[in-house]
Design a protein around this ligand. Structure first.
Ligand code: DP6
Length: 328
């Protein structure tokens, strides 16, 4: 017999960024972060997990190619999920798996990203969130989403935020063992439905520096990082929570752009000329821009402008990912 579960998890885009770890192994951050989770159809990972007594080892395929599961991050997630597995019964198929059986059974995992892997669009976020979620379903793990988020966090920090839709906060936590470093939902998908998120995929090449080594370098060499984590981000987190609660786009845009370390002149010029912000931009660890428009009308104008700068068939492959509505 084979028992199969499939799950789909969207990626998330941080508006107040996680940058820097205080514990590399457990993946504990130096500051809280806030993100928005995209609609599940757009940038997402789909993962199918299967268990069968005929499998003689754990194996995984990513976008159709077998990859090694021996890395510490995969192993941590697998171990944490297995240790919480409970009895599973499928009467129709005549399958009965006891809690203890899970220690001996092996899983096969097939995962697909519908967007460029490791190009700085948080593929590891969707990937590890889906990995943990689908295994937890297969193994009948009875934990709430926040507890699962603390497991996904050990795969990739940003993954903990993809366990929820809408606006999500990753609370950095205080415990040394990481038990209180987990994600909570600030507002659900419906709360600020006007917002439109456009992802300008200007390069699908693998990013040159991984988030992990970039963060390590910043922690080791940047005097400003301590200041950012201790002084700047805590204030921004409070202001961002307030902006989200009140759907206050002016504050949201100002904070999002301030927390992103690059400048896109179209957006800056436009916001200046309108007198009040219309669009926010943010970059993760790759070259691809994420643009958040205050409503669909602005999103349509924005798309026109972007198409002017990046016409179809140019090097840039411009994609728009829109909350609930693909029609702009
Ligand atoms: C810039 O979660 O990819 O996207 O924890 O080492 O796997 P690891 O890093 P990762 O870093 C994401 C960094 C970021 C900001 C963010 O998503 O908050």
């Amino acid at each position: 017999w084979v028992l199969v579960v499939t799950a789909r998890t969207p990626t998330n885009i941080a508006v107040i960024k996680y940058w820097g770890k205080r514990d590399e192994k457990l993946i504990l951050p130096v500051n809280d972060s806030i993100s928005v989770t995209l609609d599940p159809d757009h940038l997402c990972t789909t993962t199918t997990v299967a268990v069968s007594p005929s499998f003689d080892q754990d194996r995984m395929w990513l976008n159709g190619k077998e990859i090694s599961l021996s890395g510490g991050r995969f192993q941590s997630c697998l171990r944490e999920i297995r240790s919480r597995a409970s009895d599973v019964e499928d009467k129709e198929k005549g399958i009965k798996i006891s809690k203890e059986d899970w220690e001996k059974l092996h899983v096969h995992i097939a995962s697909y990203n519908n967007f460029p892997t490791a190009a700085g669009l948080a593929s590891s976020a969707a990937g590890f969130a889906c990995f943990v979620f689908s295994l937890a379903k297969l193994m009948n793990v009875n934990e709430d989403q926040s507890k699962l988020s603390a497991i996904a966090r050990q795969g990739s920090g940003s993954a903990c935020r993809s366990l929820f839709g809408g606006f999500v906060k990753w609370i950095m936590g205080k415990d040394k063992n990481g038990s209180d470093s987990l994600a909570v939902q600030l507002a659900d998908e419906e709360h600020w439905d006007d917002l439109v998120i456009l992802v300008a995929v200007v390069s699908s090449r693998q990013k040159e520096t991984s988030s992990t080594s970039g963060m390590r370098e910043s922690v080791e060499t940047s005097l400003l990082l301590q200041h950012r984590a201790k002084e700047v981000v805590p204030k921004r987190i409070l202001q961002m929570e307030e902006a989200i609660k009140n759907r206050d786009f002016a504050s949201f845009a100002q904070l999002t752009c301030a927390d992103s370390n690059q400048i896109i002149s179209i957006v800056e010029k436009w916001n200046r000329s309108e007198g009040t912000p219309q669009v926010a931009y943010t970059f993760d660890a790759g070259p691809n821009a994420v643009l958040i428009a205050r409503n669909r009308k602005v999103a349509a104008l924005l798309l026109q402008r972007l198409l002017f700068y990046f016409p179809p068939n140019s090097d840039a492959d411009l994609n728009s990912y829109i909350h609930g509505d693909k029609s702009i």
